[in-house]
Design a protein around this ligand. Sequence first.
Ligand code: PEP
Ligand code: MN
Length: 337
Amino acid sequence: MIVVLRPDATKKEIDHIIERIKQLGLSVHISKGKERTILGAIGDESILEEHPIDMLPGIEKVMPILKPYKLVSREFQKEDSIINVDGIKIGGKQIQVIAGPCSVETREILINTAQRIKKAGAKFLRGGAFKPRTSPYAFQGLGEEGLLFLLEAKKKTGLPIVTELLDPRDTEVVYEYADIIQIGARNMQNFRLLTEVGKLDKPVLLKRGLSATIKEFLMSAEYIASQGNRKIILCERGIRTFETAVRNTLDLSAVPVLKEETHLPVFIDPSHAVGRWDMVAPLAKAAIAVGADGLMIEVHSDPENALCDGSQSLKPSKFDKLMKELKKVAIAVGRTM
Ligand code: PEP
Ligand code: MN
């Protein structure tokens, strides 16, 4: 921790700051310049999270040296984490695509969509059975019945299931059916839920919160990892900005930043980011070009009549075309698909 003192800090104030840092079990390295003094607080600086010193008189700025996230950081693990789900490797050279409807609606739509995305090359089937809807009057999902349909679609296509866990009380039932448990944007900082999935032995796809910073995103991943579950996939899905032309603003720069900060695989969900089907393709291509390890794309066999997010869902034929284009982008950046 580096402590920058104010130019007008008095000797009495400086002595008190040094005494306080020592009291907290850290040693102090004093660097006296012409204009001002800088202190280096050496030792386990995490103590300063519980006992902050930045409000002490005479201090201008306190700058931590260590990252607040540890297990998920690149410092902790240099090599990329590769998560193996039914023999499909997430986080390696191959780009993986998760596709399917926003929510599980009917058996027929789900199975039809699953068969089409499988044919197009998707490796995972997505679909929400428990839906986080803004309105309490909107379709809330089929619950366990939806999970049963997902299982049937998996049996027919072989595609592993990605589905959202909305509430800690549904952990057992979602665990039973899901191959990857999704934690949605709205729950990114539901710390009880993160702790719960942290105790499980199944991979977790953690979506970035609507207004979460990258640091907060990684701290949420750290919550999961701290409980023992290191199989975490991060998913950027657009954040709230002043821009209203599209549903959210896709933060493409989050990909290289995350790749530098963490060893975890990074996915992009262009569908929830842009909110309209006709702009999913360019963002999906950009995501691969910028270094994402995979994509989550909403596909529905009948988007016009979808109960949720129809306007951003691709028809299977459009998805098929996109997958062919994405393959070329993947190869251009040294990946496979
Ligand atoms: C979803 O993927 O179904 C979803 C609700 O996305 P998000 O949590 O990113 O809004
Ligand atoms: Mn959706």
